[in-house]
Write a protein that binds this ligand. Structure first.
Ligand SMILES: [Zn+2]
Length: 325
């Protein structure tokens, strides 16, 4: 397999696509529309022309991973498009997905970062879930359902090498910085599910984890431990900050300050740590975790019964400064 640098946001080693050489060649992740020219060029250099690509698989539908899938699939008309079944309707009809991302990023930033989002022809979409197997001829990609970062997130295991494509399930790990950071954007981050997915990835992984952001990492056990610990730590910090303030900007600042020590051992050695902020600022991570805690509080609040007409009103995400995306 080969990583193709999408050069998203004109930055190297930020967002990758992967080509699996197989009887039926498969691309994992497309990157956004804005950087498709680099992906198409990368595929051409690897000998994959418009009629050669048989499969496109995306770990989830966030625009940095799959924003370009509609446009790319039009250029590679023989490719079947695989995505988790909860994500499939949004690839066929991206309006809601784009609206949700616009609420997170704002219109201008969304356009700069990702570009247009074209629909995928529904006839070419194949929804998958836990335990499904994508057959590529001489090898397969086994599908793990790994929610947490997103409710429709899958990870993929290459039958030939045991390499496990993690998408954003653990977080972001850039090869020159070598720091694992959770990615917790709205709208459907779930900390328990994420930690559970990370533990399942730990048990299932072969020798290497393939990060979408960015590249292979072979310290599988160590990284899963760090990822689970940081997910819980970040969630705890945001929970405490919410007792102090409803202002999500302020909560983002508190989170950024308190977790800045995670860069300590490596920072200041010339690596561009600002790349971690390109598609997921700490404000956006804070927004996702605030929304998670508010949803959890609503879930745990007992439904009012006729015997207790004076039950206090629910606090909605909007009350706490969250987003209703
Ligand atoms: Zn994502």
């Amino acid at each position: 397999m080969v990583a193709i640098d999408t050069m998203m946001a004109a930055r190297a080693q930020l967002t990758s696509a992967y080509l699996l050489h197989a009887d039926e060649p498969a691309l994992i992740e497309t990157g956004p529309s804005n950087s498709l020219a680099n992906v198409i060029e990368g595929l051409a250099q690897l000998g994959i022309g418009p009629d050669d690509l048989a499969h496109i698989v995306v770990t989830h539908i966030h625009l940095d991973h799959a924003g370009g899938v509609g446009r790319l699939s039009a250029r590679f008309p023989k490719a079947t498009v695989w995505v988790h079944d909860r994500g499939a309707p949004h690839l066929a009809h991206p309006a809601k997905l784009v609206a949700s991302a616009t609420r997170v990023y704002g219109e201008q930033r969304l356009h700069e970062l990702f570009g247009p989002v074209d629909p995928v022809d529904p006839k070419r979409l194949r929804p998958v879930s836990e335990g499904d197997r994508i057959r590529l001829g001489d090898r397969t990609l086994d599908v793990m359902y790994t929610p947490g970062h997103a409710s429709h997130h899958i990870s993929l295991v290459d039958s030939e090498t045991g390499a496990l494509f993690t998408g954003d399930a653990l977080g972001i790990h850039l090869p020159d910085v070598r720091v694992l950071r959770p990615a917790t954007p709205p709208p459907d981050v779930d900390v328990e599910l994420a930690v559970n997915s990370i533990e399942r990835i730990r048990r299932r992984a072969g020798p290497v984890l393939m990060f979408s952001h960015f590249g292979p990492v072979d310290e599988v056990d160590e990284l899963c431990t760090v990822a689970a610990r940081r997910w819980k730590r970040w969630a705890g910090i945001v929970r405490e900050a919410m007792d102090e303030t409803d202002d999500v900007d302020r909560i983002g600042d508190i989170l950024a300050t308190q977790v800045s020590d995670e860069f300590e051992p490596v920072a200041g050695q010339g690596a561009d740590t600002g790349r971690y902020e390109v598609f997921g600022s700490m404000r956006i991570n804070a927004m996702g975790l605030v929304r998670y805690w508010n949803k959890r509080a609503e879930r745990e609040q007992p439904a009012p019964t006729p015997a207790s007409p004076g039950a206090p009103p629910h606090r909605t995400p909007e009350d706490r400064g969250g987003r209703s995306s």
